[in-house]
Ligand binder design. Structure first.
Ligand code: GMT
Length: 373
């Protein structure tokens, strides 16, 4: 039985979801999976005899002004590599996880291969910071294999970090048994959505890069023409400012701020259209979650978004900040029941055909096999 270590950010976020779902699906396929993280990954919601969890515990010594988390993680990785005789250590994010893994590979006695998956923010935000660039490049160059979640991210990695390392694109996926459309009438009633009202939804961590204000401005224009509600899911630094903006625009009665939510598929099931207006987005896992629940999407022409949305078929692509065009597309779609239904069908088909979880997991398995040959 092959043994795979996985390190990711265990808190809410697309990269943690992908890493955890990948681990759970690999366990089902007979691999032994060892999560090495600072806390239990939030999506690790099933017990399985092939899944183990190794917690990275930080000791707070008074002599250290800053507890050395990255070194503690590297040490834990090395311990697990040797104790469990790991074949592969798959880390999600170059910074700091790939660097820790390279160090752990050096420290450990057992031979292990390092796979690094790039998810975006490490390149698009941290890579631009000159104090970290060399380190990120080192993590990428020294990994035994590197993957990225979109072609756009590969290009950006080359441009920003300046590496020539081979980087394989392996797209993201969703757990299809979880992201499935469910009957929505009673949920609509519970949220006070009137029959005939259209629902637009945005889900994010409300960071500045998500440009939630553009979602709100787009909705306002749609709302002027169509009976509709906007559902905002998630929480983050911009949350209260967005609350304020909605109040200033006088649309508070039509905007539902739901904060962080579980069972997002139920909220997607009451939605007609999903908006993601980010200025940076290496993939946009929430788009795939939406499409898997038969919700078409409008997204910006940035990063990997155009690799996920098929313009004019599963949704529309607009330039970053172009809320006029986004609203025009939304109005067009929401006013035409037949087209809306066709786009919903296309969205589901596209998600299943091009991002089917088993196909994506098999691509990771092929990569592992190649490394272990
Ligand atoms: O978007 C975020 O703020 C969270 C971040 C993460 O760590 O999960 O998302 C990144 O990885 C996701 C999974 O691959 C991608 O779907 C997101 O597009 C990517 N975020 C950015 O590139 C800003």
């Amino acid at each position: 039985m092959k043994k795979i270590g996985i390190t990711c950010y265990p808190t809410v976020g697309g990269s943690g979801i992908i890493a955890t779902e990948l681990g759970m699906m690999m366990a089902e396929k007979g691999y032994e999976i060892h999560f090495i993280t600072s806390s239990l990954p939030f999506r690790l919601n099933r017990i399985h005899p092939n899944i183990y969890y190794h917690e990275v515990e930080l000791n707070h010594y008074p002599v250290f002004q800053y507890p050395p988390f990255d070194l503690t993680l590297a040490n834990k990785m090395a311990e697990v590599i040797d104790q469990e005789q790991l074949d592969i250590l798959h880390v999600h994010y170059a910074m700091p996880h790939a660097i820790c893994a390279i160090l752990a590979q050096d420290i450990a006695e057992h031979d292990v291969k390092i796979v690094t998956t790039l998810h975006g923010t490490d390149i698009t935000v941290l890579g631009i910071d000159h104090s970290l660039k060399k380190m990120i490049r080192h993590g990428i160059d020294k990994s035994d294999a590197v993957t990225a979640v979109s072609h756009s991210l590969v290009q950006q990695t080359r441009d920003v970090v300046g590496t020539n390392k081979a980087i394989e694109v392996i797209y993201n996926f969703v757990n299809e048994s979880e992201y499935v459309k469910v009957p929505a009438d009673s949920i609509r009633r519970e949220y006070g959505i009137e029959p005939g009202e259209k629902v637009m939804i945005h889900i994010s961590n409300f960071r500045k890069v998500k440009r939630v204000q553009d979602v709100i401005y787009t909705f306002k224009k749609v709302h002027e023409k169509i009976d509709s509600k906007l559902v905002l899911v998630g929480d983050g630094p911009e949350y209260s400012e967005m609350h304020q903006l909605v109040a200033t625009l006088g649309i508070s009665d039509s905007v539902l701020f739901l904060g962080k939510q579980k069972n997002v598929n139920e909220l997607l099931s009451i939605s007609d259209l999903k908006l993601l207006m980010s200025e940076k987005e290496s993939f946009g896992l929430v788009l795939l979650e939406a499409m898997s629940c038969e919700v078409p999407c409008i997204g910006t022409n940035t990063g990997g978004i155009p690799e996920v949305i098929q313009h004019g078929s599963t949704g529309y692509i607009v330039e970053t900040g172009d809320t006029v065009q986004a609203a025009a597309h939304a109005i067009n779609l929401l006013q035409n029941e037949e087209r809306l239904e066709q786009f919903s069908k296309n969205a589901l088909k596209h998600a299943r055909k091009n991002f089917f979880s088993n196909d994506i997991v098999e691509q990771y398995i092929d990569l592992y096999d190649k490394l272990l040959q």
